[in-house]
Design a binder for this molecule. Structure first.
Ligand SMILES: Nc1ncnc2c1ncn2[C@@H]1O[C@H](COP(=O)(O)OP(=O)(O)OP(=O)(O)O)[C@@H](O)[C@H]1O
Length: 329
């Protein structure tokens, strides 16, 4: 097992940022740790990378205990955290060489490794420029290369694409996929982006308020929601609309979130007209929007927590995060 967490708790004062998380990640897997801002993703990642000790519970990485054998873990783990510690005045090559020395590689071995990595993370041409001139996407790729210098067994990526534009994001996805497929590297990736977890991860753990609330392959998780999802927005009382829909046999589950109702149904196309008729008959309810789609991981999150993962406050928080205008090029 590449990663094993057993009832890990981390408290900050009265707050349990990680509240009894147990999970296992097999060698060669990409595990997506999905949750909104403040859910506890970075805290668990830091524990697994030996940067923070758990308040209780145990964890191993590559078979070594994160508390009693941190040196062994660090030799086998590569880490790219949200706030990359890059020195703007150095060039990419200088930082990579320094990282090689830090891990005790000879100059020759470092050079060979850097040649291999620059191809892998597509940063070759920029390596001899100062890091201060890099775009946000290039900094992330350099940070990824730095995490890979010592050829780790397990790679930890904490929100690797937050703040990146869609093109840079797709590039990071491609690289992570390649590392996993070509080198068989185990990847533990935290994200607040549903598509990222869906696209990259073999298995996803959903974390909310420090607890693991659902786990499975993206397909398994979505299957728990039903075959199709109908989303209805209403003016008037959503509870009245929900009551009108509850009596329909074809509706398996209803989640109400503000004026919006998310219905799980087994057969979407044939559910639309009975749903529209039931809503038309409900007193003081006006339908603003009615749409049909396939289930997403957000529907899974909504069904286990009662909230959307992508609520506006999450977007506000990420918009004001350090990676803003300058790095978005
Ligand atoms: N050093 C600390 N001292 C006090 N509270 C902390 C500390 N680090 C994290 N927290 C709190 O623990 C909770 C979980 O934070 P964490 O950074 O792990 O969440 P996250 O899921 O990674 O969110 P984000 O996407 O914003 O990074 C938050 O409420 C946060 O404010």
């Amino acid at each position: 097992m590449a990663i094993r967490a057993d009832t890990v708790v981390r408290r900050f004062g009265d707050l349990s940022a990680v509240d009894g998380v147990s999970l296992e990640v097999k060698a060669g897997e990409i595990y997506g740790f999905l949750g909104p801002n403040g859910a506890g993703k970075s805290t668990l990642t830091r524990i697994l990378c030996t940067l923070l000790t758990p308040s209780s519970g145990h964890a191993t990485v590559a078979g070594y205990d994160v508390e009693s054998q941190p040196g062994e873990v660090r030799l086998r783990a590569g880490v790219a955290l949200q706030e990359a510690a890059l020195d703007d005045k150095q060039t990419g090559s200088e930082m990579l060489a320094l990282q090689g020395r830090f891990y005790g590689l000879s100059a020759k071995a470092t050079k060979a490794r850097v040649d291999q990595l620059t191809e892998l993370v597509d940063i070759g041409a920029a390596l001899d420029r100062r890091i201060g001139t890099y775009s946000g996407g290039m900094k992330r790729r350099l940070d990824l290369a730095l995490a890979l210098v010592h050829d780790p067994e397990v790679l930890f990526l904490d929100e690797p694409t937050t703040g990146l534009d869609p093109v840079s994001r797709a590039k990071v996805w491609q690289e992570v996929g390649r590392l996993n497929q070509e080198l068989g590297m185990t990847v533990f990736l935290t994200t607040q982006y549903l598509e990222e977890a869906d696209e990259l991860a073999n298995r996803v753990g959903i974390i909310n308020k420090g607890r693991l609330v659902a786990e499975g392959t993206p397909a398994q998780l979505k299957r728990t929601i039903g075959t199709d999802v109908v989303v209805v927005s209403v003016a008037g009382d959503p509870a009245t609309a929900a009551r009108a829909l509850e009596s329909l046999e074809l509706v398996e589950r209803i989640e109400t979130n503000g004026p919006s109702l998310t219905l799980s149904v087994s057969d979407g196309p044939s559910s639309i007209s009975p749903i529209a008729v039931a809503l038309a008959q409900a007193p003081d309810v006006e339908v603003i929007e009615l749409s049909l789609r396939r289930p997403s991981l957000d529907d899974v999150f909504l069904s286990v927590t009662g909230e959307h993962i992508s609520d506006p406050s999450a977007f506000m928080a990420s918009a004001s995060a350090p990676q803003s205008t300058k790095e978005l090029q």
